[in-house]
Design a protein around this ligand. Structure first.
Ligand code: FAD
Length: 137
């Protein structure tokens, strides 16, 4: 198994209902592929972890990457794993805008504004740590 963690930037406005629509499709597809993970959203930035069979995750990621509802897709981590961090979630979701900032460890200004692809490249460790706060195991 592998995991891929990436950051990306929305190219269209994502209302709550658009996010829910995206999530519904993701959960359906991921369930069929036995891919699990988590999607985080804040201020037009997406952070996602996808985990599962290597070939399935790679094929799915290639499809997601080509979705023109987001751009500036930057892979922050791609690694072999022996255990899933989100075994129970075909795709968990947190809209970080609805959190009290003090509840999020290491809350950084990168969650307050839309970032560029170059900036995504500099915050890999922070994003991994952020994702880990929502682990289910
Ligand atoms: P269909 O649902 O038939 O979609 C066909 C095409 O229409 C796709 O190319 C898609 O880009 C586009 N499309 C679909 N819905 C909309 C819409 N509401 N508005 C505009 N265009 C649309 N998919 C997953 O399966 N798993 C994931 O974990 C996942 N995570 C994502 C994370 C982000 C940040 C984004 C932006 C998308 C994500 N997607 C995910 C969606 C993915 O990119 C594809 O849209 C989806 O997998 C296509 O599903 P489908 O093959 O059943 O095609």
């Amino acid at each position: 198994m592998i995991r891929i963690i990436y950051a990306s930037s929305a190219t269209v406005e994502f209302t709550e209902s658009k996010l829910m629509q995206l999530l519904g499709k993701a959960r359906q597809n991921n369930g069929e592929l036995d891919v699990s993970g988590l999607l985080l959203y804040a201020k037009g930035n997406f952070f996602q972890i996808l985990e599962g069979d290597e070939q399935k995750v790679d094929v799915l990621f290639n499809k997601i990457e080509q979705d023109d509802r987001h751009g500036s897709v930057v892979v922050l981590d791609r690694a072999e794993i022996s255990k899933r961090a989100f075994p129970n979630w075909s795709m968990g979701f947190r809209n970080l805008e609805s959190f009290d900032k003090s509840q999020i460890r290491g809350y950084n200004d990168f969650l307050d504004r839309k970032l560029t692809a170059e900036e995504f490249g500099d915050i890999g460790d922070e994003v991994i740590s952020l994702i880990n706060q929502f682990r289910t195991i």
